[in-house]
Structures are given as C-alpha cells and as structure tokens.
Design a protein. Structure first.
Length: 301
C-alpha cells in the first residue's frame, strides 16, 4: 500500500515538472518573439526617420601638362585628395580658386573633396585625359545649392554675407563717430550684431576731384593713454568679410561698406581705432569707438 502511494506521488510530481517545463518553454519562445518584433519595429522606425542623401560627384578631367582651375563662390576651407596622383593648390593671394593637376599620366579614377566657407561639401570624380575639353570651371551660388551642408566650427560665410546686406539697408544709425580732413569724410553710421558677429557700417565720402586710393583700412583695440617708458599695447581685429569695394573712392563720390568681425567688447581705458590710410598720399583718417558705443549694437533679424 505504501509503495503504491509513493509511486502515485512520484507520478504526480513528474507530471507537474513536465507542465512547468512546457510553461517555461512557452515563456522563452514568447519572450524571443516579443524581442524580435520590437527589434524589427525599432529598425523600421529608424529607417523611416533616417533619410540618407546620395552626394552625386561632379565629373572632372585633368591632365599632366596643363593646370585646371576651379573657381568657387566662397573661400576654400579644406581639400582632400583620393589619391596622390592628383596635385592641388590654392591660388596665391586668393581664397576661392583651386589649381588641380595630374601628378602622373593615365592614373586610375579617383576623387576630390572640397569644403567651402559657406559650410558646403562638394565632391568630384576625377579622371585623366590627355586633352581635357575644359580647363577652367566656375561654380555659381545656384550650383552650390545642390551640394551638401555640413556642420563646421568655421563661420558660415553665406549667412554673414546675407547679414551684411541687411546691415547695408537697415535704418538703424549711429551718430557722432566720424572724422573729416583734406576733403575726405569717414563715418560710422551703423552697428549691428547677429550670432556673435558684429557688423560695422561705414561711409567714406570724397569731396575733392582727386581719387582716394585706399592703402589700409584696419581695426585696432588700443590703450587710451600710453604710460611713460611703456610700449603701447594694441590688438588688431581682422574682418571676417567686407561688403563693398575698398580699393578706391573716386572724386566727388561716396561709398558705404559693411565690415563683419567676431564680437568683442572693449576693456576699461581702451578704445577701438579704425584707421584709413591713403596709398601714396597723406590724407589719413581715424575713428575712435568706446565700449558704450559697441554695446548698443542693434540686432539683425
């Protein structure tokens, strides 16, 4: 009797254990299916939200015996060659012209990548040709619209140019900052700020019949007073962009310029000096700006 009871108990335990194994197997399978479904849904969501844009390269043929010149609407920031078979060099004295030449004849196809100051990446597919049909290429702003914008720490030159145009026509004015001598008048008549860039609008008028050829137009932060036996300290500020032709002011004419510079404020006992110097002449002018003028810069929307 005891043995029969013991067998019955063992049988019931075995059945229960088998049921638990089945339940565990079902749970494992269910968990696996749920994970797979969630992963597939997540991947589908990623594929839906992520848009991959193919960058179509521009065809470019170069040769060993001649130089190909590429003109961009903005300054060249970076150039990368896919092969040492391609020689590249920025034109001397300018920032937006690239010279390209083959380092050897009949090299295999390669590529060239150029990044410009407006934050655009332009890709070229480079082939060798003994006699290229085109040696000079010029990219317009409209053509650059098909290139790819990139994130960069450099200044977006296209945006800066747009802001200088807005500063040029703005009705906001600055009064009292001017200098006049020998029939030449220089005046700061606008000061603006946008995204850590200051825009200084200046006019230069030539009331004489002698053309005024500009030799230098420079910006310095200087000490108000020079201490005896101590060298005067000055910090030059280089413009990021200039709107307008600063080469000559013809007789009986007036020109307006906009200078874009990185934002700054002026420490105590210092001032901003704007120097205008005539080439092969003596009609030099200078403006002085203090911090109370700088901090009143108007925003550009």
């Amino acid at each position: 009797m005891m043995k029969s009871k013991s067998k019955l108990i063992n049988y019931l335990i075995l059945i229960k254990f088998q049921k638990m194994k089945k339940i565990s197997a079902v749970m494992v399978i269910g968990f696996f299916l749920l994970t797979t479904i969630n992963s597939a849904q997540a991947q589908e969501l990623i594929n839906t939200n992520t848009q991959i844009k193919a960058i179509a390269p521009y065809p470019l043929t170069i040769t060993y015996y001649k130089t190909t010149n590429i003109l961009f609407p903005y300054a060249i920031i970076s150039v990368d060659r896919g092969s040492k078979d391609v020689l590249v060099q920025k034109a001397e004295g300018v920032q937006n012209v690239l010279h390209v030449k083959a380092a050897k004849q009949s090299f295999p196809q390669t590529n060239l990548t150029v990044i410009t100051a407006d934050g655009k990446l332009i890709s070229f597919l480079v082939d060798y040709a003994e006699h290229p049909s085109v040696l000079n290429l010029s990219f317009t702003t409209d053509q650059m619209k098909s290139s790819v914008p990139i994130l960069s720490e450099t200044v977006n030159q296209a945006e800066v140019q747009e802001c200088t145009k807005l500063a040029l026509v703005s009705k906001e004015k600055v009064n009292g900052v001017k200098d006049k001598r020998f029939g030449i008048r220089m005046k700061l008549n606008g000061l603006f700020i946008h995204d850590d860039i200051l825009y200084l609008r200046m006019s230069i008028a030539n009331k004489t019949n002698i053309n005024y050829d500009i030799d230098q137009l420079r910006f310095y932060i200087r000490d108000q007073k020079k201490v005896k036996r101590t060298a005067a300290q000055e910090l030059e500020i280089n413009p990021l962009y200039v709107q307008g032709d600063t080469s000559v002011i013809a007789g009986q004419t007036e020109k307006v310029f906009v200078f874009a510079v990185s934002k700054f404020t002026i420490p105590n006992k210092k001032y901003l000096a704007i120097e205008l110097m005539e080439k092969n002449g003596g009609r030099h002018l200078q403006l002085h700006l203090k911090n109370r003028t700088i901090v009143k810069a108007a925003p550009i929307d």
